[in-house]
Design a protein around this ligand. Structure first.
Ligand code: BGC
Length: 756
């Protein structure tokens, strides 16, 4: 007996100690094999039922893996500004965990305003690390829908009005996220530019406009950034819902751009059994199956890609070709993320993340106006700084829709200025009562913002407090409640809400040196611009928003943000003139609302500059506490042979056609950063084109008194227009001007290039 035990023990020891040789490990589990080998090995091991199960949700934010084979579930999270608090399995309310308060990074409109690819990489890395630590495989973001109207409720989640800027910024964001074994899910694909009736509106847009304005940022995310996931949008295009839109998903995304990742539906955005199967959707997520309109709880088995899919396969109505493709894509995603060969662990709430959030928020803050060098603040020791306005104290990480976050802390501007100016007396007056709400999906800021005073009393109290102040800063703007910067609703007006315009005028009448800080995620009208001396555009800055603003106001950071969209003087000046353009009409006999993109490619500054319409502040505008001279500029070539037509997938479009070198001299007294912007102006005649289009930019730091050479490469794509008839990119022959400037309206020099 004893001998048997010893023998058995030795055998067991042998089994335990000898690790299986590599050939015993199934290929799909072997990290030394390529992702494609692993996919090909895993796919045939899966049953039809297991494959179908992977294509649809099992809870609000997860879908099943293959438990039998050790293939993990896929977990998603919003995005795009931080990692959403855990919600209940089948409810939107937060689950009440106490370890899920994240670092809130700034809103994407702020990131875009940095015009700094390094900031986008820093952002992507930081949020990717937080996602990985929280064991998320897909980050639902970033969003790159173009700001077609200042009224779109989700502009704050997007990267501005220009496809080149958005494309340049989304690329490093995606790369930074994915370095952590987390898939970036770029959203919302495509032509989804308003929240009004977002699940019932068909975008009617011509191909030129689609390819030149609304697709390029997505293409950059896929082809330059290598995005592993894309989210279809709620709206329709071409009469088909975009979560299973054949043209967008099969022809363009997976066809022309060779996208090999997964297409995820927006939550409840899949609407048709057959199209969900055949038109390129890979994973169906959401609430209900009929466009978020309600259904019995636990409807997952009734999802389009669940029971209806299996039934169709079983009775032979559909084959398994699409299913194998979907399952292969999902497996690829899993092998790139949770089962990646390189283990990733991430990190959460690290000091580095809060520091990154602060740097990005400060770098995106835009100094719009600074008459007489009023800023940075100069409050004498023992002096009194008065802040007026709700946004000086309102915490705004909570709210806004699916980007709502629970953060460990949020520093308000009032807290931060008190911290930054310990020798001054920093006081606050409300001025107006806006949104007193403090919670969203049961995440609560804990603030009580109720105030019983009448508007008259609020004004007189603010004016009285201003009397003996050494400096007065109004901090107002929008917030994230309904009809402001908020998912699901659009704004009703471009003007500031809660009577702020009148309040600013009244304050300015008493305070000649009034400074205004507008916090918003979209353009607002500033009819009081001439009455105030300095204006700063802040954004939803996340956890460190107050400190970032204080950094700029006090001069600890020299502002270098630039507007990612035009601030028009009024809504009426813009390109959307009719109801059919926005918010759409419902013609007799149509099932869905129709929204006609009649303005074509003339969006944002393309419209204002081509029509010669003056704006409040142009696209690309932003001042500094120093000044920059454009000392010299040149192109590497004076002429090139490139005219002709290029197929949509031609790699030549990405190759450099010409390089520009610009010398920037810092002629002021402070170190600072300038954003050199290159706009291409095509030869006139032929197809009508915008008078200028952004095709290159670079942010360059220049110490005071020094100069730096900035090199910007212009690929062939910079000189193209999309030709609908031939479905190709065309480079017209002729003389092009490369405009070098500090904003779309501040062009410092023009260089010409002959294209033959
Ligand atoms: C939003 C998406 C979001 C999803 C999940 C949808 O309503 O449109 O952007 O990622 O919900 O929360």
């Amino acid at each position: 007996m004893r001998r048997f035990c010893v023998a058995a023990f030795s055998a067991a020891l042998l089994v335990c100690c000898s690790s299986p040789s590599r050939k015993d490990i199934p290929v799909y589990l072997d990290p030394s094999r390529s992702v494609e080998e692993r996919v090909q090995d895993a796919l045939p091991r899966l049953s039809t039922e297991e494959k179908v199960a992977m294509t649809h949700a099992q809870s609000k934010f997860s879908s099943p893996g293959v438990p039998r084979l050790g293939i993990p579930e896929v977990w998603c999270t919003d995005g795009p500004h931080g990692i959403r608090p855990e919600v209940l399995w089948d409810e939107w309310d937060q689950a009440g965990w106490t370890n899920d308060s994240c670092t809130a990074f700034p809103a994407l409109s702020c990131l875009a305003a940095t015009w700094d690819r390094e900031m986008a990489l820093l952002f992507g890395r930081g949020i990717g690390e937080e996602a990985r630590y929280r064991k998320k495989d897909i980050l639902l973001g970033p969003g790159v829908n173009i700001c077609r109207t200042p009224l779109n409720g989700r502009n704050f989640e997007y990267m501005g009005e220009d496809p080149f800027l958005a494309g340049a910024m989304v690329t490093p964001y995606v790369q930074g996220v994915q370095e952590n074994g987390v898939a970036a899910c770029v959203k919302h694909f495509a032509v989804n530019n308003q929240e009004t009736r977002r699940t019932a509106t068909n975008s009617v847009v011509d191909d030129r406009t689609l390819y030149e304005i609304y697709l390029p940022a997505f293409r950059s995310a896929v082809q330059d950034g290598g995005a592993w996931a894309i989210m279809g949008s709620y709206n329709l295009y071409n009469g088909e819902f975009n979560c299973h839109n054949k043209r967008l998903l099969l022809d363009i995304l997976k066809g022309e751009w060779s996208f090999d990742g997964v297409v995820v539906s927006d939550w409840g955005g899949a609407r048709d059994d057959d199209q969900a199967i055949t038109n390129g959707l890979d994973m169906e997520y959401g609430t209900w199956t009929n466009g978020l309109r309600g259904a019995p709880s636990d409807s997952y088995n009734n999802y389009h890609l669940a029971r209806p899919y299996l039934e169709r396969i079983r009775d032979g109505r559909v084959g398994t070709k699409e299913l194998d493709d979907k399952a292969a894509r999902i497996l690829r995603l899993i092998f790139r993320t949770s089962m990646s060969a390189v283990p990733h662990y991430g990190s959460f709430n690290s000091p580095e993340h809060y520091d990154a959030a602060r740097r990005i928020a400060a770098a995106g803050t835009v100094l719009l106006k600074n008459d007489g060098g009023l800023l940075p603040l100069n409050v004498p020791k023992g002096g009194r700084l008065l802040l007026v306005g709700e946004n000086a104290v309102k915490k705004m990480v909570v709210g806004g829709g699916s980007s709502n976050l629970k953060t460990r802390y949020e520093i308000t501007p009032l807290d931060a200025l008190r911290e930054a100016l310990p020798d001054a007396q920093v006081v606050w007056e409300r001025g107006y009562v806006g949104d007193t709400g403090s919670s969203y999906n049961k995440v609560d800021t804990g603030q009580d913002l109720s105030d019983p005073r009448s508007p008259e009393k609020l004004l007189s109290d603010a004016l009285a407090a201003a009397k003996d102040a050494d400096a007065v800063v109004f901090i107002g703007g929008l917030n994230k409640s309904a009809n402001q910067d908020n998912e699901g609703t659009d704004r009703l007006d471009i003007r500031l809400p809660y009577g702020q315009d009148g309040l600013i005028e009244a304050l300015a009448a008493e305070v000649p040196d009034l400074i205004v800080v507008n916090i918003s995620g979209s353009p607002v009208a500033m009819p009081w611009e001439k009455s105030v001396k300095a204006i700063v555009q802040g954004w939803y800055g996340g956890s460190e928003s107050g400190r970032a603003l204080a950094d700029v106001l006090t001069g600890a950071v020299n502002p270098s943000g630039r507007l990612p969209f035009t601030f028009p003087a009024s809504l009426e000046d813009g390109p959307l003139k009719s109801e059919r353009q926005y918010p759409g009409i419902k013609p007799e006999g149509e099932k869905w609302w129709q929204e006609y993109y009649d303005e074509g490619v003339f969006v944002g500054y393309r419209w204002y500059s081509s029509k010669g319409i003056p704006v409040q502040f142009p696209f690309g505008h932003g001042l500094s506490y120093t000044s920059f001279d454009y000392a010299s500029a040149s192109l590497s070539k004076k002429q090139i042979k490139a005219a002709g037509s290029y197929s949509v997938s031609d790699s030549a479009l990405g190759r450099e056609a010409v390089g520009a070198t610009v010398r920037i001299a810092n002629s002021g007294g402070r170190d600072g950063a300038e954003v050199v912007q290159l706009y291409v102006s095509a030869p006139s005649g032929g197809v009508e084109r915008p008078v200028k289009e952004l095709r290159g930019f670079e942010k360059v730091f220049v110490p005071a008194g020094q100069s730096r050479d900035v090199a910007i490469s212009l690929p062939l794509r910079s000189f193209t227009r999309f030709d609908e008839a031939s479905h190709s990119w065309v480079v017209d022959p002729g003389t092009y001007n490369v405009l070098v400037g500090s904003s779309s309206e501040d062009i410092r020099c023009s260089l010409s290039l002959e294209i033959k």
